[in-house]
Design a protein around this ligand. Structure first.
Ligand SMILES: Cc1cc2nc3c(=O)[nH]c(=O)nc-3n(C[C@H](O)[C@H](O)[C@H](O)COP(=O)(O)O)c2cc1C
Length: 427
């Protein structure tokens, strides 16, 4: 069975006991959630076969597939649907204290199809949104979290939160959200649009000093595990990820959407999505961002491997997941869980069954019996370009040394004649 040293470094999720007092900047995670013990995959209708269960920061999930924060986690009805269909966990749409400040526009989505500009044919490969965080009153969202936890006590519900640059506001939000019984918090340090002027979302995730300060407030208050959701709209994503983990967060999620302009309508000359003739840059997601997300997750995983070798930190991979193979790639890079947002908007909640079946198919093919069997295995195959050149030169030298085939008829020898003949046969 494949093994990797990453497993011991990128969060084997062992329990460190509840909330030990830890000095600031201690890199050991402090909180594990013991309450939520998820039903097994079989009970949730997942096909039998390799074990998909995941244990992360003390949370037990029937499978690694998590609803990513966004439209699929906007209200009680849809989150209940996600649990009923068998999702491993649900991260709700991001909430803040005062939803009245959140004013959305419509249309707020624009799609990219595999075809030329304006093509109505071809599969959807990219998705832009200019949607803000939840515009529903916090009290209503909190009641719904509470109801869901009452009805699904053994399922994992994670609240996504975001606030202004204000310690009291962050800590009040954390207290009120935790009272509902949610199992963990994901901090939205990554919303790319709408809130920078209020020092929210990506405005914090792009500024390591600000991030460290805000993480300090959050981790001083939170009693459940905290995942910091990172923006890809930054030169080196491993820097804010390192700050978040050093500041006491138990995990990192990546990526949120990529700053984009979906396109210009060549008939009207107006950009998309078009609101009253105008647009604003938005966040790009879906299949087209998957390679970029893999790159960012690889960078974070490498950083975790080198800077937090003895930690119990978790990594959640996000971006363009539509198949079990897409998820396997994130896990091979070290992710404990995999989030899906746009994929659910395009294919519905039932897609989780296909995702589980495809991931199990991949596992069976390689004889992996659990997620930990292959988590992080491919990380070791990333190196620098300089090292690639050295490896290739070594390999060429070795091939030459083996001396396959003869350069010229003068090279035939009497003793090695049969072997020399063999070396030039192709089948
Ligand atoms: C319409 C839409 C709304 C989103 N809203 C949020 C949000 O409120 N909070 C958040 O953290 N991420 C939000 N996201 C980002 C997703 O959670 C995810 O990080 C991103 O879309 C990449 O994953 P995907 O390709 O599976 O969608 C949103 C994404 C979309 C498409």
């Amino acid at each position: 069975m494949a093994t990797t040293s990453l497993r011991s470094s990128v969060g084997s999720s062992s329990s460190l006991g509840p909330r030990a007092a830890v000095p600031p900047l201690d890199i050991r995670p402090r909180r594990v959630r013991m309450a939520a013990k998820a039903a097994t995959g079989a009970e949730d209708g997942a096909v039998s076969g390799p074990d998909l269960r995941v244990r992360v920061n003390g949370l037990e999930l029937p499978n690694p597939f998590v609803i990513g924060s966004g439209p699929p986690g906007t209200n009680y009805t849809v989150m209940k649907r996600a649990f009923d269909e068998g999702w491993g966990a649900v991260i709700a749409k991001t909430v803040s204290l005062d939803a009245a400040k959140v004013v959305n526009v419509t249309p707020r989505y624009a799609r990219l199809r595999a075809g030329s500009n304006g093509s109505a044919k071809g599969p959807i490969i990219g998705w832009e949104n200019i949607e803000l965080i939840s515009d529903r009153p916090l009290e209503i969202m909190l009641n719904e979290f509470k109801q869901l936890k009452e009805e699904y006590p053994d399922r994992v519900l994670i609240a996504s939160i975001m606030e202004e640059y204000n310690k009291e506001a962050w800590q009040e939000l954390i207290e009120r959200v935790e009272e509902t019984g949610v199992d963990a918090l994901e901090i939205n340090f990554s919303c790319p649009h709408g809130m920078p002027e209020r020092k929210m979302g990506a405005a914090v995730g792009q500024d390591c000093a600000l991030l460290e300060e805000v993480c300090g407030w959050i981790n001083e208050k939170a009693t459940v595990p905290v995942w910091a959701k990172m923006t890809p709209n930054i030169t080196d994503i491993s820097q804010p990820a390192r700050v978040a983990l050093k500041s006491g967060c138990e995990g990192v999620s990546a990526i949120n959407t990529i700053m984009s302009v979906m396109g210009i309508n060549l008939n009207t000359l107006h950009p998309e999505p078009c609101v009253e003739g105008y647009s604003t840059p938005g966040g790009y997601s879906a299949k087209a961002v998957h390679p970029i997300a893999l790159g960012k997750v690889m960078q974070i995983a490498k950083m975790m491997q080198s800077d937090f070798p003895n930690g119990d930190f978790s990594l959640s991979g996000i971006g363009g997941v539509e198949t079990g193979g897409d998820a396997a790639e994130f896990i091979l890079l070290g992710a404990n869980t995999v989030q899906v947002c746009t994929g659910v908007m395009m294919h519905g909640y039932g897609v989780v069954k296909k995702l589980c079946a495809e991931l199990q198919e991949f596992m069976s093919k390689h004889n992996f019996s659990s997620i930990e069997d292959f988590r992080g295995v491919s990380l070791q195959y990333f190196t620098t370009h300089t090292d690639l050149v050295r490896r290739q030169q070594d390999a060429i030298q070795q091939r030459k040394a083996i001396k396959k085939g003869l350069q010229s008829d003068k090279d035939w020898t009497g003793d090695g004649f049969v072997k020399e003949t063999e070396s030039m046969v192709s089948n």
